[in-house]
Design a protein around this ligand. Sequence first.
Ligand SMILES: Nc1ncnc2c1ncn2[C@@H]1O[C@H](COP(=O)(O)OP(=O)(O)OP(=O)(O)O)[C@@H](O)[C@H]1O
Ligand SMILES: [Mg+2]
Length: 367
Amino acid sequence: MPRSLAVEGLSVRDFRNLESVEVDFGPRFNVVSGDNGQGKTNLLEAVYVLATSRSFRTSKLGELIAIGRTTASVRGRIREDHEEREQSVGLRRGLRAVRIDGKRPATLAAYAVRTPTAVFHPGALGLTNGAGSERRRLLDRVGLYLSAASLGDADTYAKAIRARQRVLEARGEAATDLDGWEELIVRHGLALSAARTAAAASLIPAAKRAFGRIGPAGTKLGLHYERSAPLTGDAFRAELRKNRIRDRARGSPGVGPHRDELALDLDSRPVRSMASQGQHRAVVLALKLAEIEVVAEACGVRPILLLDEVSSELDRARTAALFAALRDEPSQVLLTTTRPGLIDTGTLSGMDERRDFHVEDGRISRS
Ligand SMILES: Nc1ncnc2c1ncn2[C@@H]1O[C@H](COP(=O)(O)OP(=O)(O)OP(=O)(O)O)[C@@H](O)[C@H]1O
Ligand SMILES: [Mg+2]
């Protein structure tokens, strides 16, 4: 049985519009309500930053610091079964300082996997109808929990791709330092492809099972990891070397994990171009439930679930399916809504503790 996991006390300083916020979340179901633009998503984002040191809506850490301030911080007491720890993330310009019980972890990746967190936010529909990058990110999130080193591979790979492009543009395809950048691309690209292969192997069967539970009866979800990197280092190296001129014009290599795809189909028809709205939503929800299941299994803890305005994203049937899944999986849930009356937790047996919070102009109170 996976261990329980919950963020309990949370303090936030100068994080977006949350100037000074203290919240005591309950171990199970927390409903955060408020009008538009008051700070609901900011609060979930603060929890996500506390758990992972990253945001789910921007890669620019500077955006998270309140306008007019130079630093922001999020601290929280995390309970894992019967043990408590204190985590904190401090932000200053583009930099972050993370601590667990006052100590600096060996790497950011080691920090990011301690408190598994899954988020469902309005951008999540991009998983099925948007660019391949959303689906690659899903594989990488799962891959991180299977092997924390993959985060470093993804970062170094992306850096090497950009550096190779800059060299090609500045000094052409005969520049001698291209070999070094291409070596990094090959090494970290193959490692990243291996991590995605492993992530897909866990995620795909879980997503099929989840879709079987929540999707329309008789419809089958198909998923295929389409790896773009050549299988061997030699073949990858040769491909990069041969295509320098073409790649310079394209702006990036024609092969490699940045071009991977997780192809989705319903009864053999591609989801992206042919699925209905309701089908899209069912597939997104199946992918999320699969992510949660795989991460829980890999880490031995139940991820904290951050659900941002899900009922406006999902239709009634899918919301009911989500709540049914929440009933079976007793994770801590932090849910935002503009309409708390529509969140019917009465049907959730075992949801003995529901706490309601209200957000107004960056201030949070129990309601
Ligand atoms: N760096 C920042 N400094 C100060 N305020 C910010 C910063 N970034 C965003 N905000 C403000 O935070 C406010 C609340 O944003 P948030 O996304 O949390 O609202 P919300 O309650 O989720 O609203 P909605 O229901 O519309 O999704 C916005 O008014 C925005 O202008
Ligand atoms: Mg919001």
